[in-house]
Design a protein around this ligand. Structure first.
Ligand code: NAP
Length: 516
C-alpha cells in the first residue's frame, strides 16, 4: 500500500480566531444534542437494555449529556456470541483491508474533530487543548497501527537450516474484551480497540460508565469506517455489573484493559481460571496507574523545571496516569523551585471549559471528587498544605483547585495514586536520595529528571524504575510512535501502547517449518 510516512496529528492553534469560532459552533451544535439515548450495538443492531446510565457533565452535574444503555449478562452473552461468529470471516480478511478501515476511521475523526472535541468538553470536562491533544492521539493510534499491521502482515525474518524453510508469522487470536477508562475516553478506547481489530480479532468494546456517550461516538466512527457488523460490538455498562461476566466467559480470548490497579488485578485473577469448555490461557494486557515523580537536582534550569512540574501535575486536572504527582527537589534548590511552582500553579485558570484560556476543568465524577477531597484531608494531616482550597460544593461542578503539599516520602499522599490536581513536594539531601525516593513506590509508569549533570542523567537512564523516563521536559503527553507508553511494577504489563511491540500482543505467533 502506498502510504505517506507516519506523522503525528498536529494540534489545533487556539490563538487562531477561526479555530476558536469553529469550537464555539461545535459546542452549540452538540449542546442541542445533549440528553439523547444511546443503545448498545451488537452485530450492527441497536439493543435496548433494562438498565440505563445517566452520563452527566462534570462541570454541571445537573446537565445530562446522554442516557446510555447499561448492558447486563444477557447483552454480554449476545455480544460474545456475535463476536465469536464474526471472527470466522474477519480473521480471514486481508490485513490491508483491515488497515484501510483504520485509515478511514482516522479520516472520519479528522472530519468530525470539532464535534468530537465538544463531546469531550461536555462529558469529559476537558479543557480544549487537552481534548485536542487526546483526540490527536486517537487519530495517531489509527494511523500508526494501520502501518504497523502492514509491517507485520507477512511475519518477521528468522533463520532457516539448509534444506528447510522456516517461517514466523502472526495470526489473529479471537474475541477481545476492551475495557477503557474515562480519562482519555477517545484515545485509549480507540487505541486499544484499533490494535485488536487491525490484527484480525473481533471485539467487545466497553467504555467507562462516565464517558459512555464518547464511547458511542467512537463506535459510530468505526461503523462509518466500514467495519463489518459484529466485528466491533459496543457494550456500554457498569464495569461492576458486566465486567466479571465478560472476563470469565470461555469465549473471551484476551482482555485489553486500562484503568486502576484494583480492577486490573481482579481481571488478571479472574482471567487466569480455566472455565469449562475454555481451550486457551487468556491473555491479559493490563495497564494501570502511577505515582509519577519528577526529580530536580541542583544543576537544573530551575524555571523550566518548575514550569514543567506544573504542566505535568495539573494538565487534565491531574487525571493522567502519567501526571507528576511527586516533585522531589534537591535541598539546595527546594525553596526556589517550590515558590516558583506555587506561583505558576496559582496562576492557572480553573473553571468550566467553555473558552480556550481555561487550563483546568473539573474532575470527572462525584466519586472521583470525593476521593480527591479525602486525600486533601489526609494531606493536611500528613504535612503542610502550600497551595489549594478546600473543595467546594460538588453540585456546582466537581472542581478542585491546584493543591500542593510539602510532605515526607512515606506520606500516603506521596505513595498512593490520587488522580487529581494534588502534588506532593519532597525534599531530598542529594541526587542519590532523590532517585531512591522516586523509585520507592509500587508503581513505575513515568518519571522525569531535570539536570545538567551527565552522570546523573546516565544513572537515571539505567536506574529510574519507570516505563517512560523523560529528561529536562514534562513527563506527560506521550506521542504515539514516538514515545511508546507503558509501565513497570504495579503500573501494568508494560505493553507499550503506540510502540513496535504492541500489535504482536494481540496475535499468536506461529512457526512453520518445511523440509524440501
Ligand atoms: P477503573 O475504575 O479501574 O475503571 C476502568 C474500566 O474498568 C472502566 O471501564 C470500568 O467500568 C471497568 N471496570 C470496573 N470494574 C470492573 C470489573 N470488575 N471488571 C471489568 N471491568 C471493570 O479505572 P478508572 O477510574 O476508569 O481509570 C483511572 C485509572 O486508569 C487510574 O488508575 C489511571 O492511572 C489509569 N490509567 C492508566 C493508563 C495507562 O496507560 N497505564 C492510562 C489511563 C488511565 P466503569 O467505569 O463502568 O466502572
Amino acid at each position: 500500500m502506498g502510504l505517506i510516512p507516519y506523522k503525528n496529528e498536529e494540534y489545533l492553534d487556539w490563538s487562531d480566531k477561526e479555530t476558536v469560532e469553529k469550537m464555539r459552533a461545535a459546542l452549540n451544535e452538540v449542546g442541542d444534542e445533549l440528553g439523547r439515548s444511546y443503545p448498545a450495538i451488537i452485530g450492527g443492531k441497536p439493543v435496548e437494555t433494562d438498565g440505563e446510565i445517566f452520563s452527566v457533565n462534570p462541570a454541571n452535574p445537573s446537565q445530562v449529556v446522554g442516557r446510555v444503555a447499561a448492558a447486563g449478562e444477557r447483552e454480554a452473552d449476545m455480544a460474545l456470541e456475535t463476536a465469536t461468529k464474526a471472527f470466522e470471516s474477519w480473521s480471514r480478511t486481508a490485513p490491508e483491508a483491515r488497515a484501510r478501515v483504520l485509515l478511514r476511521a482516522a479520516a472520519i475523526m479528522r472530519r468530525r474533530k470539532f464535534e468530537m472535541l465538544a463531546w469531550e468538553v461536555y462529558e469529559g470536562g476537558k479543557p480544549w487543548a487537552e481534548a485536542d491533544a487526546q483526540f490527536a492521539e486517537a487519530i495517531d493510534f489509527l494511523e500508526y497501527y494501520a502501518r504497523e499491521m502492514l509491517r507485520l502482515k507477512d511475519g518477521v525474518e528468522i533463520y532457516s537450516v539448509p534444506g528447510e524453510e522456516s517461517r514466523y508469522f502472526y495470526q489473529p487470536m479471537g474475541v477481545g474484551v476492551i475495557i477503557a477508562p474515562w480519562n482519555f475516553p477517545t484515545a485509549i478506547l480507540t487505541g486499544m480497540s484499533s490494535a485488536a481489530l487491525v490484527t484480525g480479532n473481533t471485539v467487545i468494546m466497553k467504555p467507562s460508565e462516565f464517558t459512555s456517550v464518547i464511547g458511542a461516538k467512537v463506535a459510530e466512527v468505526f461503523a462509518e469506517a466500514g467495519l463489518p457488523e459484529g466485528v466491533l460490538n459496543f457494550l456500554p455498562g457498569y464495569g461492576s455489573e458486566v465486567g466479571d461476566y465478560l472476563v470469565q466467559d470461555p469465549r473471551t480470548r484476551f482482555i485489553s484493559f486500562t484503568g486502576s490497579v484494583k480492577t486490573g488485578l481482579r481481571i488478571n485473577e479472574l482471567a487466569a481460571w480455566q472455565i469449562e469448555k475454555q481451550r486457551w490461557i487468556k491473555r491479559c494486557i493490563v495497564e494501570t496507574g502511577g505515582k509519577d515523580a519528577m526529580v530536580i537536582d541542583d544543576s537544573a534550569d530551575l524555571d523550566d523545571a518548575a514550569a514543567d512540574i506544573v504542566k505535568s501535575a495539573y494538565g487534565n486536572a491531574g487525571q493522567k496516569c502519567s501526571a507528576a504527582s511527586r516533585a522531589i527537589l534537591h535541598a539546595d534548590i527546594y525553596d526556589e523551585v517550590l515558590s516558583s511552582v506555587v506561583e505558576k500553579a496559582q496562576a492557572l485558570k480553573v473553571g468550566v471549559p467553555n473558552d480556550p484560556e481555561v487550563y483546568m476543568g473539573p474532575v470527572i465524577s462525584e466519586p472521583q471528587f470525593e476521593k480527591v477531597s479525602g486525600y486533601i484531608e489526609t494531606g493536611k494531616d500528613e504535612g503542610e498544605r502550600l497551595l489549594g482550597d478546600d473543595p467546594g460544593d460538588p453540585e456546582r461542578g466537581y472542581f478542585i483547585t491546584p493543591t500542593i503539599f510539602g510532605v515526607d516520602p512515606e506520606a500516603r499522599v506521596a505513595q498512593e495514586e490520587i488522580f487529581g490536581p494534588v502534588l506532593s513536594v519532597i525534599k531530598a539531601r542529594d541526587f542519590e536520595e532523590a532517585l531512591s525516593i522516586a523509585n520507592d513506590t509500587p508503581y513505575g509508569l513515568t518519571g522525569g529528571v531535570y539536570s545538567k549533570n551527565r552522570e546523573h542523567l546516565e544513572r537515571a537512564r539505567r536506574e529510574f524504575r519507570a516505563g517512560n523516563v523523560y529528561f529536562n521536559r514534562s513527563i506527560t503527553g506521550a506521542l504515539v510512535g514516538v514515545q511508546p507508553f507503558g509501565g513497570f511494577g504495579m503500573s501494568g504489563t508494560d505493553s507499550k501502547a503506540g510502540g513496535p511491540d504492541y500489535l504482536p500482543l494481540h496475535m499468536l505467533a506461529k512457526t512453520v517449518i518445511e523440509r524440501f
